[in-house]
Design a protein around this ligand. Structure first.
Ligand SMILES: Cc1cc2nc3c(=O)[nH]c(=O)nc-3n(C[C@H](O)[C@H](O)[C@H](O)COP(=O)(O)OP(=O)(O)OC[C@H]3O[C@@H](n4cnc5c(N)ncnc54)[C@H](O)[C@@H]3O)c2cc1C
Ligand code: SF4
Length: 507
């Protein structure tokens, strides 16, 4: 396109970039010459107002969209950035004003998004945002009677050639999980905190807009989350140079008041496209080869990226849309008040909920073994729990929430994803954290007013679901121990009280 055409706004093709595709290398933009087509962004007020989002989550997406659009303009792209009542309206307005010859978009990250793009007659470009496209995942699954993450992970490692020495895994082992399950260290160490990101006028403008458009929750942004590619790359670099050593051994550890320990806090950047999973894997590989990261930590992190993350992505597309509605244990409890306001005597829950408020984030084990475990044991509705987490986590997205909440944490898929429920009592939490010492409840007790609610509910959960869980051989020992409890009747009576207190916001 010549300069004249550029100025007169002649009719050209449009590439619509969605809010979780914020990278110049996405398949729909890659290789296109700036100025020869138009790039469309739509900010939807309906999306912001549609749920009670955490402020930091809404800010992340809109600030990142506005910054990316500005970067594209600087690079010579023709950008049409719109704020509209809805995505559909934004596209209609764009079509009216610019009459694009054809409209393209990269395949979206959600099932509903795919249906919408199809209905809007947008030409889809195959996604390159994951290392394994969901079609390839479906091919991998085909013909297998049963499959699990570990098989997929090894297949990924071989074909992508990360941490491999020829045909064999580096160090001769595929899995360092055994070395990576340490309780928190007792040396009183300072945990590395990534540098805070300075907020500017663009951030202030985003916040001013979204406060008008939605009924939001949580503390406003204070520089925890990268909203540009440059910031996201710095976050990755900071993790690799400062925290990866401790990531492996302490990935399951929890400490009161510590927001990320040695976790990477890169999920929000990955999930909106600021960085690509391939870049993370290359950084891990390089750190290991140069002796800057121990193998157990490098392997532990690689497993999260090419294993769990890509597995969850594949499962979402394989099993949707039914998957999000599953509720195999018939769990119908509404969200308890403790999750809304963090006002509870359960010290672990109070701390985790307060950090969601301040950071829109808690790490994996806190999501799984504090929040998910409570919901599993107390029979909170999987759909209510998915919605609650989706609104509050900075990295929330349906594709990652549904398998992790419905499948992994709440066993609502009857064991399709996890081979057994991730149910644990207070002893597990006490071993892996420092929450219990100053808690009103005692993790070793299952009866009485000071019994830990997790411990009481754990035994009650096994008794309540015995018939459903009996065929699962991996639960044989736990069910056997439950049957031998001399105080099972008392424990179950206390469980009923605990659930009443939970509902009343008095636990
Ligand atoms: C109940 C529950 C809800 C979750 N909700 C989300 C969510 O909304 N968004 C989200 O991105 N992740 C979610 N996860 C997965 C995981 O907890 C987060 O990705 C991780 O805590 C993000 O923090 P981090 O970047 O510091 O991760 P790290 O611990 O440093 O791990 C590195 C990366 O691995 C990937 N990863 C690790 N485990 C998983 C997993 N199970 N599924 C997908 N990716 C994984 C993430 O991209 C993460 O950034 C959830 C897990 C559970 C059990
Ligand atoms: S005793 Fe129970 S409720 Fe209290 S912090 Fe420990 S696990 Fe949480």
């Amino acid at each position: 396109m010549n300069d004249e055409t550029r100025e007169t706004g002649a009719t050209v093709e449009t590439v619509w970039v969605l809010g979780d595709q914020l990278n110049e290398q996405i398949a729909s933009l890659k290789g296109r010459e700036p100025g020869t087509f138009r790039v469309l962004f739509v900010e939807s007020r309906a999306k912001v107002g549609g749920r009670r989002w955490h402020r930091q989550r809404v800010h992340l997406v809109l600030a990142a969209m506005r910054r990316f659009a500005a970067d594209l303009r600087t690079a010579g792209h023709l950008v049409d950035y719109r704020v509209a009542s809805s995505l559909r309206q934004g596209v209609a307005d764009h079509r009216l004003e610019h009459s694009p010859t054809e409209m393209f978009a990269m395949e979206p990250m959600s099932f509903a998004g795919l249906e919408m793009l199809r209905s809007l007659d947008v030409t889809l470009v195959r996604s390159n945002q994951f290392l394994c496209h969901y079609d390839e995942f479906a091919e991998w699954v085909e013909g297998r009677k049963a499959f699990k993450m570990e098989d997929f992970y090894r297949w990924q490692r071989r074909r992508l050639d990360f941490l491999m020495d020829g045909e064999n895994p580096a160090g001769g082992r595929w899995n360092f999980d055994h070395d990576n399950r340490e309780p928190p260290p007792k040396d009183g160490r300072e945990w590395h905190r990534p540098p805070t990101i300075a907020l500017d006028d663009l951030d202030a403008a985003v916040m001013a807009d979204v406060e008008q458009w939605g009924d939001l929750v949580g503390e406003p942004p204070s520089g925890h989350w990268p909203t540009s590619r440059a910031e996201a790359l710095m976050r990755l670099d900071d993790f690799i140079s400062q925290a990866i050593d401790a990531f492996g051994p302490y990935e399951d550890a929890m400490l009161h008041g510590e927001w990320k320990l040695a976790h990477s806090a890169i999920s929000s950047s990955l999930n909106i496209g600021l960085i690509h999973p391939g870049e993370v894997c290359e950084a891990i590989e390089e750190a290991y080869r140069q002796g800057r990261a121990p193998l157990a930590s490098a392997e532990g992190m690689l497993r999260q990226i090419i294993g769990w993350r890509e597995y969850v992505w594949g499962l979402y597309w394989l099993w949707m849309p039914e998957y999000r509605t599953l509720n195999s244990l018939g769990a119908e409890r509404a969200l308890p008040p403790a999750l809304a306001d963090g006002k509870t005597h359960m010290r672990c829950v109070a701390d985790v909920v307060s950090r969601i408020d301040s950071h829109a984030y808690v790490h994996h084990i806190e999501r799984l073994m504090i929040l998910g475990n409570l919901a599993l044991l107390a029979e909170i509705s999987p759909q209510a729990m998915t919605g609650w987490m989706w609104e509050r986590f900075v990295d929330g997205a349906e594709w990652v929430m549904v398998p992790n909440v419905v499948g992994m944490a709440l066993y609502a898929d009857g064991g399709r994803m996890a081979t057994k429920p991730y149910a644990g009592g207070g002893r597990y939490i006490n071993k892996m954290s420092n929450f219990c010492k100053e808690c009103r409840y005692n993790p070793t007790k299952r009866t009485g007013e000071d019994a830990c609610p997790y411990t009481t509910l754990y035994w009650d959960f096994l008794a309540r679901n015995e018939a459903t869980l009996r065929p699962n051989h991996r639960l044989g020992n736990q069910l056997g121990s439950m049957r031998k409890l001399k105080d099972l009747t008392e424990t179950r009576a206390r469980a009923a009280e605990v659930l009443n207190l939970l509902d009343a916001g008095d636990l």
